[in-house]
Structure formats: structure tokens, C-alpha cells
Write a protein that binds this ligand. Structure first.
Ligand code: DGP
Length: 145
């Protein structure tokens, strides 16, 4: 997938938004949807996506959508901190395959970090245990304010 191109309505996150694919929900409002990453780079890795968007990446997004999205990212990052007490939080957003992007619906990664624990590889490895993801999602959701 190149940096340029057209939005694929059948990308994984579009399917999740339409309810055609399962996801472990953390939070949603009228503008954003947050859910657990199934290939977590750290415990509690959460994704935040715009609900009404056909932007493949940050550069294509409308300012209005972006402003709701970044506020959603901050809200989720605060909840992640309150729920899991990490030493830091990495906020990541990748644009284009050469930058590491693998799903082409704009999204932000919220990855809790602990001292001395390197981030696991991106979009790789074994899928996370669903029961564990659900438990983490509940913990984070309980701290959304
Ligand atoms: P990026 O490479 O920045 O486009 O991130 C895509 C992320 O999506 C990556 O961390 C792995 C994750 N991911 C891939 N497939 C699925 C899926 O089916 N469900 C969920 N929840 N996450 C997925």
C-alpha cells in the first residue's frame, strides 16, 4: 500500500465500525471508537479511530474530525494511565506502508509503557488472549471520564 491511494471500505477497521468484525470495545462517542489492539505492543495497547472518516492517514483527515479524534486519544490515554498506572504512554500514528502502517483507516495507538520494558514488535506475534483483552478493556473503560 502506497502513501497515496483511495480509501478501501473493506479495511479491517471499517468492518469493525460496521460491526462486521468483532472487536473489544473500550469507549465510543459520536465521533470516535476505541478498542483493544489484538497484536498489543504492550499491556493495555488501545487503538482510537474516527467513526465518520474516509481518511487513510493523518495527512488526509479533515480538521474537524481530527480535533474530535485527538481529544478522544487524550481521553483514552488518561483512562489508560488511571487504570494501569504505567510509567509513561507512547502515542503512535503511522502513515504509509514504509512508515509501518498496516491498516489504512486513520488511527492512533495508545501504548502504556513501564520502566525497563521495551515495546513489543509492531503488528506482529501471536494474537492476544481475548479474555485478557476484555479484562483490560473493562479496567480502562471504568476510568474514562
Ligand atoms: P498500523 O500498523 O499503524 O496500521 O496499526 C494497525 C494495528 O492494528 C496493529 O497494531 C495491529 C492491529 N490490528 C490488526 N488487525 C486487527 C484486528 O483485526 N483487530 C484489532 N483490534 N486490531 C488489529
Amino acid at each position: 500500500m502506497s502513501f497515496d491511494g483511495t480509501y478501501d471500505h473493506d479495511n479491517i477497521f471499517a468492518k469493525i465500525l460496521r460491526g462486521e468484525m468483532a472487536s473489544v470495545r473500550v469507549f465510543e462517542d459520536d465521533h470516535v471508537y476505541a478498542f483493544m489492539d489484538v497484536f498489543p505492543q504492550g499491556r493495555g495497547h488501545t487503538l482510537v479511530i474516527p467513526k465518520h472518516s474516509q481518511a487513510r492517514n493523518l495527512l488526509e483527515e479533515e480538521p474537524q474530525v481530527l480535533s474530535h479524534l485527538i481529544l478522544g486519544v487524550q481521553r483514552v490515554a488518561r483512562a489508560v494511565r488511571a487504570a494501569l498506572n504505567p510509567d509513561g504512554v507512547t502515542i503512535m500514528q503511522l502513515n504509509g506502508a514504509p512508515a509501518g502502517q498496516s491498516v489504512f483507516h486513520l488511527h492512533f495507538h495508545v501504548v502504556p509503557r513501564w520502566e525497563g520494558q521495551p515495546m513489543r514488535p509492531h503488528a506482529a506475534g501471536q494474537m492476544a488472549d481475548m479474555a485478557e483483552l476484555k479484562a483490560l478493556a473493562e479496567q480502562i473503560a471504568a476510568k474514562i471520564s
